[in-house]
Structures are given as C-alpha cells and as structure tokens.
Design a binder for this molecule. Structure first.
Ligand SMILES: Nc1ncnc2c1ncn2[C@@H]1O[C@H](COP(=O)(O)OP(=O)(O)OP(=O)(O)O)[C@@H](O)[C@H]1O
Ligand SMILES: [Mg+2]
Length: 670
C-alpha cells in the first residue's frame, strides 16, 4: 500500500488553490502528504521549478527528493526545489543578492569563522565571551533585528556591548563579502521586503510552497515564507505543535497560532490515524504529551493493535545501560531484524560515547547522526594512530599521524624524503627508518629525530606487550601521554582553555576505557595493552562501515525528528538528563514543556518495539550520583499500558500464579 492516502490526507493533497495547514500528531503522515502533494502538483501541470518544498534538515530534504523521485521519475525530480530554509536562502542570494550589494560568489561563514570575526570585532581573545556574543547576535537576527534594532532592544550592559560588537561584526562581513547562517534567512527576507521587482519575480516563479515541520520555524523564517507566498498565499504547511523542540534556538509555536490570523482563508486539516506505531507505544506517547497544556486538540489512533508492551530497562550505570541496549539489539536481530531497524536515542551528544564503545566491542555497525562520533574526534584519532602503529609497524597512515602529533621537529620535507626512500625500496615508512642507507637520503639531524621516534615506538611496544591489567595499563598510558607531551599539544592547538580541557577529558576517558578492558572481569580475562590495542585496531576498521546502509543509528532526540525505526531505545531517561537540567539552572514550566515534547518525539520514533532505559546510578562530571527516573516515565503510565516486566520478576510472578492455581497460564494473545 505504498501509494495510498486516507481521506483527510487526500483532502490536504487536493487542496490546490489556497493556503492549507495540516496540523497533526506524530506518524500521521504529514510528511507523506507533502511528498504526494508534490506529485499531484506536477500532475496539475506545474513545472518542477515552480514547486518549493522546505524541510528542516538537509537530510530530510535528501529523503524527500528520493521519495519524490520514486513517485515522479528522476527527470521531474531534478528541478524540484527541495531544500531547507537555509539552502533556499543561498539560492535566492546567489541569484539576486547583488541587489543588496552582495556579489554572487559571497562566502558563507561557519560557526568557527564567525567566532574568529567576532573576537576581532570585539577586540578580545576570550573565546567564551565571543561564543556568548555569537549566541546573542544569532537570537537577535532570528527575531529580525539588525545592529541598530539590537541596540534599542538591549536589556543590560552586556547586551549593549553585544549590540556594539554586532555593528562592527556586520561591517566586517560586508567588507569580506561574507554572510553567516542567520543571514541566509534574514537577507533574502530583506531582499523581498525592499525590492519590489525581486519580490514579484519570486512570487511569480514559486506557484506552490510546501513546508514540513512548520512548528519549528523561527520568526524570520516565518516572515520569509509569508514574503514568498504573498497575501493570498498558496502554500501547504504541515506540523505538530507537540513536536516543537527548537524553542531554545528561537523557534516559536506562535507562528502556528498566527497562520490562521495572517491567512483568513486558511484551511486547517487534522489527521488522526497514526501509521507508524503500535497501540502501546502510541498510548504512552499520548499519555506523556497530555501533561502539557494543549494548543490544539488532537486525537491519534492506530490500526496496528497493541503490539508489544513498552519495555523498561533499569541499568546500574552508563556501561550497563549500553550493554543492555546491545543485548536488546542482539536479541531482536536473532529474530531477523536488520541493524538499520534500530535507533538508540539520547538527549545530549556526550551520551553517545558509551554506546559507541559497547557497539564496537560487540562488532555491531552503527552511525552517529546529529553529532560527532567519539572515535572520529581528532584527539582520539591521534591516539588510536599510535596504537595502530604499535600493533602494525607497517601501517603508514598511522605512522604519519603519530610522527607528527605532537610535533617533534620532523617536518614535511623530511617525511617526503623518507616516503620517497621507502617507496623506492618497497619498505614501509617504519622499516625505512632503520635502513642503513637512509643516511645517504637525509640530513643527520633529521635522521637523529627519526631514529629517536623509532626507538621510542619500539620501546613503547615492548612495554605495551608486558603491561597487563588495569593498573599497569593506566600507568603505561599516562606515562606515554606525558612522554609525548600530548596535553600541552592540545593547549597549543586550541585557543580556548576550556576546549583544550574538554578534549583532554576525552583522552582520559579513552585511557580509562582501555585500562578497563585490560582489567577484564576476573584475573583470567586480564589483557595486555598490546592485546587491547589489537582489538581496537579491528574495531576501528569496522568504523569504515559508516557509509553502509545497514547500521544501527545513534542520534540525539533533536536530530531524530521526522524519522522512524522499527525498534528504539530511549536512553538515559533520568531527571537531569531528560528533562535536561544543568547545575544551578532553573527549570521553568516552559522549559519543562519543551523537554516533554522532546520525550514525545522520542517515543513516537518507534514503530514496533520501544525500550525506555533509566539509570539507577549515573555519572555527573567525575562523580557518580544516584539516578532518579525521569518524571516522564511515570507519565507514560506504563502499568496501564502493560509494561514489560523484568523477566526474572515475571518468572517469579508466573511461578507464584502457577502455584496458586495449580494450572498452566493461558498463552498470551495479541
Ligand atoms: N495513508 C497511509 N497508508 C499507509 N502508510 C502511511 C499512510 N500515511 C502515512 N503512512 C506511513 O506512516 C509513517 C509515518 O508517516 P510520516 O512520516 O509522513 O508521518 P509524520 O506525520 O510526518 O510524522 P512526524 O510527525 O514524526 O514527522 C510512514 O512510514 C508513512 O509511510
Ligand atoms: Mg514528518
């Protein structure tokens, strides 16, 4: 039933002339309406270039283009404007930015570039201060304020300073012919508002605009949409106020309330049937979101039957939680599930790390979306290069990375000559180091430095072969970090003290992880550092499978929006983590509601199986503290929905029942 639509969906698809808003809960087929409507518009005779569909992420745009392609064929899909607000903005500015004095080849600054310009504009080296300015200026821009507007709106001295910095920042951007991410929305809007000709051109060109996830548009994006579609407004917006999760970045549900006011002709279409999740999952989701004040009344039901009860996992700590998640995946895998059927979702990026480590240890392929993989971090790659070199001296890429991080006076020229020398003799770089004829190819000083490095690697390898157990491993690894001056290297290469410290924290975590693996669960499982390094090398080669399709997804809740998986683990569902709260932070009702919507998004990603996992003990900084289950777990009302009991508890209960009745329990029916 790949192409079917229900009546309400059909109504939305066939509403071709006026403004249309589909307001409906998760999994009710809102995104499906957009894709089908694109096809419908093409059938109506619109040219692909006359249809713009706006999604929330590039990934979503990619997916929608794929889906549209499947429905229309590649030729029609090619010219469709399926993009995020930002990429649409780029397109408009490349075409018409000159009317604002922007050359077509303007450059787009990323977040790091912006920080650099801000430090310069504000005359400071304080990275944390620059970051605060960046944040403040971005929020201003997202409210549609320019530097003068910001100056007027500034509430206190800090903001007044930020507004002055903003003025200087903007001067620099125009001098550089550069824009930042927020400008990609703000400038096209300014263009449409100020320039009648450009406005007329775009309005004539775009015959229908479709917007997915409209609840997460910010004020400027909303204005851009309005400017594009004009007062009569032929557009289709779909969204769910219960999934608005970017309030912290300036998105506002107010837009949803304003739509009917700004467009009196707006047709609002609710969708009520959920096509994604089983009854248990849906009821849990509905029960949680029912705790939030309602903007719009929504019902959601599914035809799938109850399915499996939601599982509750209580873990002793982060490691245990990750082991349970791996076991969950392996158990369902043995029933035929694919890796890509699974997602592990969490509130904050740093929670991914333990899962990555356990998945790797179990050799399950995965990808991290919406954040960076622990093993892809530069500092971890530096260190694993060393380990790879210990395991296999002939690993040339590892050699090159290790010999240059940290810098040890061996420059590119030396390495270039060494490489040439090695290639001619069919030696690995490491072997070439010790070739007696190397002296003819390189200067004495360079050779001394190379030999010293080679000797150090040999010595480290010898020690790694003998360092067995956690204590010995930790001593060896920390000694090695000191020997090579790694902490100093991080401080030299990072201009903020805080970042350098955070990166060194990752390094220490990595050391800890290796040491624990050396320790094993009992004496018979103790391993040497070299043995563990060998497993790590194998695990690292698995990382290359990131491009493969059949992998487990690790994702933040934010990045999971709009997506779905057969089986989902919601991890770290604890007070402090979800709802998230950092020390000294006040939990306002608004923030709690946004966290609850995040929980709702998480639950509704699951199609068949949902496991909610909570920590009895959890790490907070360096401490371990007692874990308090999130209030959202109670709100799921799992007992009413029939939560899956712990198997041991269940066995106990079944035995007791059996003994009481003296009969076999009836087989559970669906
Ligand atoms: N009429 C239908 N018949 C069969 N399957 C459908 C129908 N409508 C939607 N689906 C399926 O239900 C799932 C959810 O649809 P979709 O992703 O469009 O929902 P959504 O409302 O956009 O969800 P979210 O709020 O999470 O973004 C998809 O797998 C989709 O293919
Ligand atoms: Mg969707």
């Amino acid at each position: 039933m790949a192409d079917t639509l229900n009546n309400a969906q059909m109504q939305a698809v066939q509403h071709l002339r006026g403004p249309c808003l589909v307001l409906a809960g998760a999994g009710s087929g809102k995104t499906r309406v957009i894709t089908h409507k694109i096809v419908r518009l093409l059938q109506e005779g619109l040219k692909p270039g006359e249809i713009a569909a706006i999604t929330f992420t590039n990934k979503a745009a990619q997916e929608m283009r794929e889906r549209a392609k499947a429905l229309t064929g590649p030729r029609a899909a090619k010219d469709l404007l399926v993009s995020t607000f930002h990429s649409l903005g780029v397109r408009m500015l490349r075409e018409d930015g000159e009317r604002l004095g922007l050359k077509p080849n303007f450059s787009i600054l990323d977040s790091d570039d912006v920080l650099g310009v801000l430090r310069d504009a504000g005359g400071t080296t304080d990275a944390a201060l620059a970051r605060r300015w960046q944040w403040t200026i971005s929020l201003w821009k997202n409210q549609g304020l320019d530097a003068a507007g910001a100056q007027a709106a500034a509430q206190d001295e800090d903001e007044r300073v930020a507004a002055q910095v903003m003025a200087r920042y903007q001067e620099r951007l125009s001098a550089f012919q550069a824009v930042d991410f927020d400008d990609l929305i703000g400038l096209p809007l300014a263009l449409l508002q100020r320039d009648d000709e450009t406005r007329a051109k775009w309005r004539a060109r775009l015959k229908h605009v479709l917007v997915d996830e409209v609840q997460d548009t910010n004020a400027v994006q909303y204005e851009l949409l309005k400017a594009l579609v004009g007062e009569q407004g032929v557009f289709t917006a779909v969204g769910d106020d219960d999934q608005s999760i970017y309030g912290w970045r300036g998105a506002t549900i107010e837009n949803l309330k304003r739509l009917p006011q700004d467009y009196p002709a707006l047709t609002v279409i609710p969708l009520e049937q959920n096509y994604r999740s089983t009854g248990h999952i849906l009821r849990a989701a509905n029960a949680v979101i029912a705790q939030n004040p309602k903007l719009f009344e929504k019902k959601l039901w599914s035809e799938f039957g109850d399915g499996e009860p939601v599982r509750l996992i209580e873990a002793d700590g982060e490691e245990h939680e990750a082991e349970r998640a791996v076991a969950f995946i392996q158990a369902l895998r043995s029933n035929g599930a694919k890796f890509s059927d699974f997602a592990i979702l969490y509130r904050a990026n740093h929670q991914a790390r333990v899962f990555e480590q356990k998945l790797r240890a179990a050799q399950l392929p995965y990808k991290v979306s919406g954040g960076q993989s622990f093993f892809d971090r530069a500092e971890i790659k530096d260190l694993t290069a060393w380990l790879r070199l210990l395991v296999n001296n002939d690993d040339d890429p590892a050699f090159l990375r290790a010999v240059t991080t940290p810098k040890r006076g061996i420059g590119h020229q030396t390495l270039g000559s060494l490489g040439e020398f090695a290639a001619q003799r069919k030696l690995s770089l490491f072997e070439a180091l010790f070739a007696p004829t190397l002296g003819a190819a390189l200067k004495g000083r360079a050779i001394d430095a190379l030999h010293e490095f080679g000797r150090y690697v040999n010595d480290l390898e010898y020690r790694a072969r003998h360092a067995e157990g956690g204590e010995a491993a930790r001593a060896l690894l920390l000694g090695w970090l000191t020997d090579i001056g790694y902490e100093q290297h991080l401080r030299d290469s990072e201009d903020s003290e805080k970042l350098a410290t955070a990166r060194f924290g990752n390094v220490l975590d990595f050391v800890d992880w290796i040491a624990r693996r050396c320790e094993g669960d009992d004496a018979s499982e103790r391993q040497t550092v070299l043995q563990v390094a060998q497993t790590i090398s194998v695990i690292l080669s698995l990382a290359e499978r990131g491009e493969e399709q059949d992998v487990v997804t690790l994702s933040t809740l934010h990045a999971s929006k709009g997506l779905e998986w057969q089986h989902v683990v919601l991890a770290g569902v604890n007070e402090g983590l979800l709802p998230f709260r950092s020390d000294g932070d006040e939990m306002t009702p608004e923030r709690l509601e946004e966290e609850r919507r995040l929980m709702y998004v998480g639950i509704t990603r699951a199609r068949r199986t949902l496991a909610v996992s909570t920590l009895r003990r959890r790490k907070r900084g360096r401490e371990t503290v007692a874990g308090v289950p999130s209030r959202f777990i109670a709100e799921m009302k799992l007992h009413e929905a029939g939560a899956k009991e712990d198997p041991r508890e269940r066995l106990k209960r079944l035995r007791a029942e059996l003994a009481a009745r003296g009969t076999e329990p009836a087989a559970a029916s669906e």
